[in-house]
Design a binder for this molecule. Structure first.
Ligand code: GDP
Ligand code: MN
Length: 376
């Protein structure tokens, strides 16, 4: 989840990085009072989770409290790259001498972090990197070693940043580690005419996998924009919504992923990814089925289970009992294989639900589910 600029600013402040004095509001009238408190002249900044606000007219200087109210009124409600502005931050203007760029970003492929820094900040870093890659320094950071003072000096030297930024680089790393972020970016980090180093704009992306222990930002509510994903998370299921028509339930991420491929190979598109994990109890099956069936795009559902520790008869029992609580509205194709597969199939045969059919192979099950989905 991305944080708003004002939230990133708050974090920077907590970690001892200098930031301009600022307040947030969703009301233009209040903006006037805030501007008065901040000394009259303020920068009014749209709070949206996208960059390039300056270019879009979402960052503007107001000379006095009356102008701040007017500017806030203009910016509130604006659309910036599809994001509606609901709040503005008013900040004390800073007398900028130089703008720098610094960030730490997770480099998944390399299994470490990357410090990206440049003495030419302010503009979008992608543009700078494309036009003049030599002014953008990229320094690998070993997550176990982190950014020590020596490492920060290396980064600053590589980018040509002044020595005073070293302390900021160390503190930014602390933000990243302690707040479970996968990206921390300051653009611009500025040197003022008085020689102070301030973070003027911040972007922080939190690791969604750590949302359970980073509760202060309401990450759970925010991350799960898809209501089905939210209900699946609430039920403890691994569910990812996709945009096809075949609902897929399997045990184990690997099996579910290959099921997605096989369904796609049969000319249909998966509607979701749902891994019920090792335990396929009746409750988990019922929860899984109800989540998948709640997606109106789903035309057929494929249950692909390879029985291991959880035997197929237990899974079949789970399906039969799930059918007592979930009203099946779409055809269900079940493929059971592995431990106790024959017993599992017999249980489903005995139940003889008109919308449930079985297949003995994964390919056969996928073909059948795809046919049902595309015929419907
Ligand atoms: P972004 O466009 O979304 O990246 O928003 P920023 O907060 O980075 O603002 C864009 C640009 O506005 C910055 O690069 C600065 O050049 C300028 N800016 C923002 N705040 C101030 C300020 O307090 N004083 C001055 N002089 N310029 C500012
Ligand atoms: Mn910026």
């Amino acid at each position: 989840m991305d944080l708003y600029e004002h939230q990133a600013r708050q974090l920077f402040e907590e970690y001892g990085i200098l930031v301009p004095r600022a307040e947030v509001t969703d009301s233009a009238e209040e903006a006037r009072g805030i501007a008065r408190r901040l000394g009259g002249r303020v920068v009014v900044k749209a709070q949206v989770k996208t960059g390039g606000r300056g270019k879009a007219g979402g960052v503007r200087l107001a000379a006095d409290p009356a102008a701040a109210e007017l500017t806030a009124r203009q910016i509130l409600g604006m659309d910036i790259k599809g994001h509606r502005v609901g709040t503005v931050m008013l900040a004390q203007p800073v007398d900028i001498e130089t703008e720098f760029y610094v960030s730490y970003v997770l480099d998944r492929a390399a299994g470490r972090f990357l410090a990206i820094a440049s003495a030419e900040g302010g503009m979008e870093i992608e543009e700078v990197a494309a036009q003049r890659p030599e002014v953008v320094a990229r320094v690998p950071v070993d997550p176990a070693e982190g950014v020590t003072s020596a490492k920060a000096q290396e980064i600053a030297a590589a980018a040509g940043l002044p020595p005073r930024t070293v302390d900021v680089l160390v503190r930014l790393w602390e933000v990243l580690v302690r707040e479970d972020a996968v990206l921390v970016e300051v653009n611009p980090l500025v040197r003022t005419r008085q020689g102070r180093i301030l973070a003027l704009d911040g972007k922080v992306t939190l690791d969604d996998n750590a949302a359970f222990r980073q509760t202060r930002w309401g990450a759970e509510a925010e991350t799960r924009a898809d209501p089905l994903e939210a209900s699946a998370v609430a039920k403890g299921l691994n569910y990812v919504g996709l945009d096809g028509e075949v609902g897929i339930i399997g045990n184990g991420a690997g099996l579910v992923m290959s099921t997605l491929d096989v369904v796609a190979g049969c000319g249909a598109r998966p509607a979701n990814f749902l891994d019920i994990g090792g335990g396929a109890s009746a409750r988990i099956m019922a929860d899984g089925l109800s989540v998948v069936l709640a997606d109106p795009a789903v035309k057929s559902v494929l249950v692909n289970v390879f029985g291991g520790i959880t035997a197929c008869d237990a899974v079949a029992d789970g399906i039969v009992r799930a059918l007592e609580t979930v009203r099946l509205t779409k055809p269900l194709v079940v493929r059971l294989d592995g431990n106790n597969a024959a017993r599992g199939r017999a249980i489903l045969d005995a139940r003889a639900h008109p919308l449930v059919e079985q297949a003995t192979t994964m390919d056969g099950a996928a073909r059948q589910a795809a046919r049902l989905a595309t015929a419907a």
